[in-house]
Design a protein around this ligand. Structure first.
Ligand code: LLP
Length: 416
């Protein structure tokens, strides 16, 4: 079900509201999310988990706006976090820390203390040194820290190298054999309580094979651990399910979880998953306005008011994201453009070789922008960050104000 769609009159709408009206009301660049689409994506995960005891831990990093976390929390979701800041956000949004799993290779003493004090569900431990640190902190506090070990199964997720995490040469997790020994060691630590096992092999996976390979390796380890007296309560399969940006054909949530739940049948393990992108990417768009059209010698430029500081994915990962006119009914010449932003870098583009019917002042829509869009935005070139709004039927809520220029230097100090 698509809640972000082009209507018969040629206007792109988010639920019951036209994008061009939202752009006029709130200004651009503007992130717009559909509440119904978010709810739908979460429903798909819960439904596909079937009768298996499970917890969806939304990966906060994909989009950490309080209103989005609040919505997820109100629907009973847990959260996958990677920093103390994300935990603070989850709590501020009304999330339950007892449904929080904490991943990341560099958890600081402060962050571990904070997470322990909030009684999170589990630390996903990424190294022997981290296990020792968590144990020591828990001992000092007279508590037991709940942990999983993040296992690096050494499978090739086949994604962009920057977002592949399950290979030997990635910094994440511990190799299968090390994990086996580390679990046995963890059994001997008084500050540690073993809860589960965890893996996350990468992001934007468009086939099931890497997931299946990774799961087989993890389950093999689970069996070896059981024989060695290490009993686990849950298995966390991470996130990573791909979405459609262009012509990808990722597995559906239900196909993905069907394979997983079949493999888990009869094991008595609770299933945890950590979806980020597949929850939010296609529940959000970035709306931008064309400032100028410019003819170059070899290509045309559509210069828009959004830039790589608002949406860095095309620049950083050569990501292709669909761009269309917010109003297809306008009478414009068709031409091919490189859609570029105001930032003073050649790498500042949103899309290349796009066929558009556009004139100065028109609004364009970038799809798939709900994940790793605003969350990765910055103030580069002293550009105030965009506003974010959430559409719920025919109502729009502002969920982040557009930054002012004063916000740009709010934390800076001149020296007298
Ligand atoms: N769990 C862990 C431990 C992760 O590191 C990630 C993402 C997720 C879950 C969620 O993965 P997802 O379901 O979103 O694929 N900025 C990049 C993506 C980076 C992903 C980092 N880790 C992008 O824009 O493509």
């Amino acid at each position: 079900m698509n809640f972000i769609d082009t209507k018969d009159n040629g206007l792109v709408a988010v639920e019951d509201l036209y994008v061009k009206d939202l752009a006029q009301k709130y200004g651009t660049p503007l992130y717009v999310y559909s509440k119904a689409q978010l709810v739908e994506h979460l429903r798909a995960y819960n439904e596909a988990s079937g009768n298996v005891e499970h917890l969806v831990c939304y990966a906060v990093k994909a989009n950490s706006n309080l209103a989005i976390l609040q919505l997820m929390a109100s629907l009973g979701t847990g959260f996958d976090i990677v920093s103390g800041g994300e935990l603070a956000r989850v709590i501020e949004a009304g999330g339950d820390p007892r449904k929080v799993v904490y991943s990341g290779v560099a958890k600081s003493v402060n962050e571990i203390e904070y997470a322990l004090s909030q009684n999170i569900l589990c630390f996903n431990v990424e190294s022997p040194a981290e296990l020792e640190r968590i144990n020591q902190i828990a001992l000092d506090k007279g508590v037991k820290a709940p942990i999983s070990i993040r296992v690096n199964p050494d499978v090739d997720a086949g994604t962009h190298p920057y977002i592949s995490t399950g290979l030997k040469n990635n910094k994440f997790g511990v190799p299968v054999n090390t994990a086996f020994e580390l679990y046995k060691h963890a059994l001997t630590l008084d500050g540690i309580q073993i809860k589960g096992i965890d893996c996350h092999i990468g992001s934007q996976l468009t086939t099931l094979n890497p997931f299946v390979d990774a799961l087989d390796r993890i389950l093999n380890l689970v069996d070896r651990l059981a024989d060695a007296g290490v009993k686990l309560e849950h298995i966390d399969i991470g996130g990573g399910l791909g979405v459609v940006y262009n012509d990808e054909t990722p597995p559906s949530v239900s196909d993905y979880l069907k394979v997983v739940t079949q493999k888990l049948a009869g094991r008595g393990l609770k299933l945890i998953c950590e979806p980020g992108r597949s929850m939010v990417a296609n529940a959000g768009i970035l709306v931008t306005r064309c400032e100028y059209l410019k003819q170059g010698e070899v290509c045309n430029f559509c210069i828009v008011d959004a830039a790589m500081n608002d949406m860095i994915r095309p620049s950083l990962y050569s990501a292709w994201m669909r761009i269309e006119e917010a109003d297809h009914s306008l009478d414009r010449e068709v031409a091919k453009y490189n859609v570029v932003g105001p930032i003073c870098e050649t790498g500042d583009f949103l899309g290349k070789d796009r066929v558009l019917k556009v004139a100065s002042g028109d609004f364009l829509v970038m799809h798939g922008a709900g994940a790793y869009g605003f969350a990765m935005s910055s103030n580069y070139n002293s550009r105030p960050r965009s506003a974010e709004i959430m559409v719920d039927g025919s109502v729009s809520h502002i969920i982040r104000d557009r930054e002012s220029v004063e916000d740009l230097w709010r934390h800076e100090h001149k020296i007298n």
